[in-house]
Design a protein around this ligand. Structure first.
Ligand code: GLN
Length: 269
C-alpha cells in the first residue's frame, strides 16, 4: 500500500468506528430496557452530592426528584459523576441521556440541549467569610473570585471583568474560601444558603447581587430526544399532581414549593 491507500484505509476505519459508536448511542437512547444514563456533578449541595468521592450513594433534592421521575417512567437510572463543564458536550454527543446538575436554563444552552420543566428558581450570590470586608459586588473588583468552570456564576464574573479562579467542582469553591485562596466566590443562592446552615454557619455570609435575574434550574437532554423530554415533563406533572414533588421540595429546602412553569419553553422564547 502507498501512503494514500494507507490514509484512506485509516480514515475508513475511523469513520466506521465513529458511525458504529453513533448508532450504539442512539440505540441505547431508544432502548427503554436500558437504564437512563444520568450525567451529574455531585458537588452541588443540597441538589446533588455524595458523602465522599468513592461513594456511589447519590443524595439531594434533584437526585430524589430524578429517581421519582424515573420510577414514574418505569426506567432504571445510572448516575455518572463528571465535571460540570463536560455535561452539555456529553449530552450533545448522546453519550448520556439526561443532566441532573442544577443547570440553569439559558438561551445559549437551550440552543444546544432540550430542557425539562424547571424544578427550582435560583439566583446568583456572593459567598464570603464574615471577616473578608466584602459587602457588595463593587468590593469584588481587584480581587480574585472563585467560580466553577462553565457555570452562570463564572459567566457573570467574566462579564463584570472580575479576576477569576476557576474550579471543576462547586465544593472546591468552598474549600478555596476556607484556605483563604480567594476572598469570595460566586455561586447559586440555594447552595450558599445551605452551606450557611451547615459548616458555614458561624464564619460566612451570603451577599445578594442586585443586577442578576432569577434563574430556572432544569434537567437537560439531547436536542433530538423530544420523546424523553415529553416523558420527563409528564412524570414531573404527575409528581406535582400527587404532591410528591412538593414533599421533596419541603424536605430539602424547608419551605413550600413556589409556582414553577410547566415547561421550559415558557421561559426561553
Ligand atoms: N446553576 C448554575 C449553572 O447552571 C450552576 C450549576 C452547578 O454548579 N452545578 O451554571
Amino acid at each position: 500500500m502507498n501512503v494514500k491507500q494507507i490514509m484512506t484505509a485509516v480514515l475508513a476505519g475511523v469513520l466506521s468506528v465513529s458511525l458504529l459508536a453513533g448508532c450504539g448511542n442512539k440505540e441505547k437512547q431508544a432502548d427503554k430496557s436500558q437504564p437512563l444514563r444520568v450525567a451529574t456533578n455531585a458537588t452541588f449541595v443540597p441538589f446533588e452530592f455524595k458523602d465522599n468521592d468513592q461513594s456511589e450513594d447519590y443524595k439531594g433534592f434533584e437526585v430524589e426528584l430524578m429517581k421519582a421521575v424515573a420510577k414514574e417512567m418505569g426506567r432504571d437510572i445510572q448516575f455518572n459523576n463528571i465535571p460540570f463543564s463536560g455535561i452539555i458536550p456529553i449530552i450533545q454527543q448522546g453519550d448520556m441521556d439526561i443532566a441532573v446538575a442544577g443547570m440553569t436554563v439559558t438561551p445559549e444552552r437551550a440552543a444546544k440541549v432540550r430542557f425539562a420543566a424547571p424544578f427550582y428558581e435560583s439566583k446568583l450570590v456572593i459567598l464570603t467569610p464574615k471577616t473578608s470586608g466584602i459587602n457588595s459586588v463593587d468590593d469584588l473588583q481587584g480581587k480574585q473570585i472563585a467560580v466553577q468552570l462553565g457555570t452562570t456564576g463564572a459567566k457573570y464574573a467574566e462579564e463584570k471583568g472580575l479576576a477569576i479562579k476557576q474550579f471543576d467542582n462547586n465544593s472546591e469553591i468552598i474549600m478555596e474560601l476556607g484556605v483563604g485562596g480567594s476572598p469570595a466566590g460566586i455561586l447559586d443562592k440555594p447552595v450558599a444558603d445551605y452551606f450557611l446552615t451547615q459548616e458555614g454557619k458561624d464564619n460566612y455570609k451570603v451577599i445578594e447581587i442586585p443586577d442578576t435575574k432569577s434563574e430556572y434550574l432544569a434537567f437537560a437532554m439531547n436536542k433530538n430526544n423530544e420523546e424523553l423530554q415529553k416523558e420527563v415533563n409528564a412524570a414531573m406533572a404527575k409528581l406535582k399532581e400527587n404532591g410528591e414533588f412538593q414533599k421533596l421540595y419541603k424536605k430539602w429546602f424547608n419551605t413550600e414549593m413556589p409556582n414553577l412553569p410547566a415547561t421550559t419553553e415558557e421561559i426561553v422564547k
